[in-house]
Design a protein around this ligand. Structure first.
Ligand code: ADP
Length: 402
């Protein structure tokens, strides 16, 4: 019998990540990345632990890349007939989607409607969905949308409303939506299983720390608050995003510094965060190596940790009656021994105690507990958004219990 595989597609503004996954065996068969669409574009992929690359001297598009993957790469490895469904990562689902869903014309319209909150992502993700319909017509009704926002649709109204005139919510749907939902959902499930607690009774604080970072408070397996907002700009200090700032800073930049709106947007999203504070880099490998050597790096890192502990501490009071675990994931959460140690050391009051040795050993894809026996469990769980997308897709196209 043919092995049933899911094609997972993540269209970024000028990149496209893809993978082919066996959702039952939880096995990644193929994965790759197309990037630099406007310049020296390339598609890099890995099959059977062998890296392959093709470069193009001209501009490429998402449509071109999808065509290449299906017509050339799938053909090369005879994968075409194994693909039974396609899972699309969709950045913003607005307030309509509480779960992943089969893509219909109505769903497409909603994704389009939510584009106003993710203008660089949703439109290009629609392009991907439409292109698949033409290259894989036999699978046109086997496409599933997995939203970054849907896991957070369980937040109560007091978590998602901003202190703005209510018409901005009622008329314009301006509210907190959150992001990284697929990752928070995945690590929560894995953590509950690891600790042998029913997901429905599991309370935790999930810290996804990567180039973009967010924290989520989870009660009974459901998101009840999260640090990202209408867009991923709110919340923690991130790689290049500023996170929480006084909105008056924007008026200051506009009125007093005469910066136009595009320039301000660019500063807040691309030039701020750890890159802006260190004035060197947003790469935590470099930051970790130089924490004790470079004063600016030390200050920036301490700002990052300060914003992290404030969220963890405030979310701890939202937990039902107990916290079952705190989870670290994402490139920094999974690997930065320094950030985890310095963060947890400041959380003694909440009964979190780190085991230095376990912390040191748990990195580079390792999963495990890094707390002492006196502590509430502190877990490191490598995220796997693609697997989550593949599993959701497989369940939905087969009408399996969700
Ligand atoms: P994205 O949000 O783009 O998915 P990732 O989750 O891949 O980002 O995380 C990227 C971040 O993880 C970068 O800041 C990178 O420096 C950091 N990182 C990756 N590996 C390590 C490591 N071994 N030690 C410390 N930080 C790391």
């Amino acid at each position: 019998m043919l092995e049933k595989l899911i094609f997972v597609i993540n269209c970024g503004s000028s990149s496209l990540k893809f993978s082919v996954i066996n959702p039952i065996k939880k096995k990644k068969i193929l994965y790759g990345l197309a990037e630099n669409f406007n310049d020296k574009s390339s598609i890099i992929w890995n099959f059977n632990n062998k890296k392959n690359e093709i470069t193009f001297n001209n501009k490429i598009t998402h449509k071109f890349v999808l065509n290449y993957i299906i017509k050339e790469i799938f053909k090369k490895y005879s994968l075409y007939d194994n693909i039974v469904g396609i899972g699309h990562r969709i950045v913003h689902g607005g307030n309509k989607f509480t779960n992943s869903t089969l893509i219909t014309d109505i769903v497409l319209k909603e994704i389009k409607r939510a584009s106003v909150f993710a203008p660089l992502h949703n439109p290009i993700q629609i392009v991907g969905i439409k292109k698949i319909k033409t290259i894989l017509p036999h699978l046109k009704n086997k496409q599933v949308a997995v939203f970054d926002t849907s896991f957070h649709q369980t937040m109560p109204i007091e978590s998602y409303l901003y202190g703005l005139p209510i018409k901005f919510y009622k008329k314009y749907k301006i509210r907190r939506y959150g992001a990284h939902g697929t990752s928070h959902k995945y690590v929560t499930k894995v953590a509950a299983k690891f600790l042998n607690i029913e997901l429905n009774n599991f309370n935790c604080i999930s810290c996804h720390l990567g180039n973009g970072s967010s924290i989520t408070a989870i009660n009974n397996g459901k998101s009840i608050d999260t640090s990202m907002g209408l867009t991923p700009l709110e919340g923690l200090v991130m790689g290049t995003r500023c996170g929480n700032i006084d909105p008056a800073i924007i008026f200051y930049m506009y009125d007093k510094l005469n910066f136009n709106i595009n320039k301000i947007y660019n500063i807040l999203t691309q030039k701020s965060g750890m890159l802006g504070l260190t004035n060197i880099t947003s790469d935590f490998r470099y930051i970790e190596e130089n924490y004790y050597k470079n004063k600016n790096i030390k200050i920036a890192t301490n700002v990052f940790i300060h914003s992290l502990i404030k969220y963890i501490a405030s979310y701890s009071v939202l937990m039902n009656n107990k916290i079952n675990a705190i989870i670290f994931t994402g490139g920094i959460g999974e690997n930065s021994v320094l950030i985890r140690e310095k963060t947890i050391k400041k959380l003694k009051i909440l009964k979190f105690f780190i085991d230095k040795n376990l912390n040191y050993k748990t990195k580079q894809g390792k999963m495990g507990i890094i707390s002492t026996h006196l502590s509430i469990p502190i877990l490191v769980i490598p995220t796997n958004e693609e697997l989550m997308i593949a599993q959701d897709t497989f369940k939905i196209i087969n009408n399996l219990k969700y």
